[in-house]
Design a protein around this ligand. Structure first.
Ligand code: PLP
Length: 392
């Protein structure tokens, strides 16, 4: 009798998401969950109302596959005032099931076997499996602590005639790095030189510290044509469970991406897209308040790390901090993360999740501080136990 392997060679090449696994571990041990990146506070009440209204108004069937028309037009308006980009909502915007689908659909729509995609390491966990699923050959360029800068020569060397695209993520998960204009300009120069695309994940575009400004790759000279901008409502509006994201790209790329998106998911939840119109029309104050809120959360959490004497890199954006756990002497960050959940009662993501080789993230752990003050206080009380351990 013939016997066939039931699963694909592709799935053998990556593991289940450790970020999502740590949420389950947190639930199992009753740990304060500072692992997966989601807020534990309410989204704006106007958004809840808008979603309820949309369902009451019977927006309960498929939206247009590439996105509810009013939502796409509202996105175009918001992108115009915030990024200064003029995007045609009919030909250049695709609404997706989160920016997660956006990145996967973009890669599936653009990559052929043998094409290389450059990824900065550490990286958001999803990019490597995305590359595998899309048959891309990933090439990694290191971001060096403490400021998570890259070596220009290493980046130049990563580009070649097979380079189809480079993935950037600014503000960056997990490091909190915000790419500078100079760094983006060098990436742009190399993309022009090698005729490469940029897939830029800008989901944390409004979460910036110390007066930093978000610079969208598509706004650099000549880059709009070769940039696919990926974004979503999850982080800016505290609605990670709604699963609404969007892609801005030139009409040719949009056409290809829309085809993939249609066959992957048909569309994002219709009533939640309609409610997204309300989000897109929020005034600038909303974004200023969001940045101020996160500024406070970052201060609170960095104080906690200072109190327990764990070194860290100060995040410039996003809502994570990478902390150095080498003093605890664990041989793997996964082991330390399990210890932290089970014994201390705080869940975090092991640094190894953000590297190809788990050893490279051995001394790192990522905390998410997108939490209510009382959650951060509970985490403080538990994490203080580490002080005794350090000093023992
Ligand atoms: N991109 C980055 C950099 C993230 O950190 C996350 C979630 O943590 C996502 C994408 C997922 O976004 P979405 O909820 O829009 O799928």
């Amino acid at each position: 009798m013939i016997q066939k392997k039931k699963t694909s060679a592709k799935v053998d090449q990556f593991t289940e998401s450790v970020i999502r696994e740590m949420t389950r571990v947190a639930m199992k041990y009753g740990a304060v969950n500072l692992a997966q990146g989601f807020p534990d506070f309410s989204c704006p009440s106007e958004l809840k109302q808008a979603a309820c209204d949309a369902i009451a108004e019977d927006i309960n069937q498929y939206a247009l596959t590439w996105g509810d028309r009013s939502f796409r037009h509202a996105i175009a308006q918001k992108v115009r005032w915030y990024l200064g980009l003029d995007v045609d909502p009919e030909r250049q915007i695709t609404v997706t099931c989160g920016s997660t689908e956006a990145m996967a659909a973009t890669m599936l729509a653009t990559i052929d076997p043998g094409d290389e995609v450059i990824i900065f390491e550490p990286f958001y966990e999803n990019y490597a499996p995305d590359a595998i699923l899309a048959n891309a050959t990933p090439r990694y360029v290191t971001l060096h602590p403490p400021h998570w800068t890259f070596d220009q020569a290493e980046l130049r060397q990563a580009f070649n005639e097979h380079t189809k695209a480079i993935i950037i993520n600014t503000p960056h998960n997990p490091t909190g790095k915000v790419f500078t204009r100079e760094e983006l300009a060098l990436i742009a120069e190399l993309c022009h030189q090698w005729d490469a695309l940029v897939f830029t994940d800008e989901i944390y575009e409004h979460i910036l510290y110390d007066d930093r400004k978000h610079i969208a790759m598509a706004t650099l000279p000549g880059m709009e044509e070769r940039t696919v901008t990926i974004n979503g409502l999850s982080k800016t509006y505290s609605i990670t469970g709604w699963r609404v994201g969007y892609i801005l790209a030139n009409p040719e790329l949009t056409e290809a991406i829309r085809k993939v998106h249609d066959f992957l998911t048909i569309g994002a939840p219709a009533p939640l897209q309609r409610a997204g119109v309300t989000a897109m029309q929020f005034p600038i104050d909303y974004y200023n308040n969001l940045a101020a809120l996160y500024h406070e959360k970052r201060s609170t959490f960095l104080q906690i790390l200072d109190q327990i004497e764990i070194p860290y890199s100060i995040p410039q954006g996003a809502y994570y901090v990478m902390a150095d756990i080498s003093q605890f002497g664990y041989s793997s960050s996964l082991e330390f993360a399990y210890y932290l959940s089970q014994e201390i009662g705080v869940a975090a993501v092991p640094g190894s999740s953000f590297f190809r080789q788990p050893e490279d993230g051995r001394s790192l752990i990522r905390f998410c501080f997108s939490k209510r003050p009382e959650t951060l206080q509970a985490a403080r009380e538990r994490l203080l136990q580490l002080r005794q351990i350090v000093r023992a």
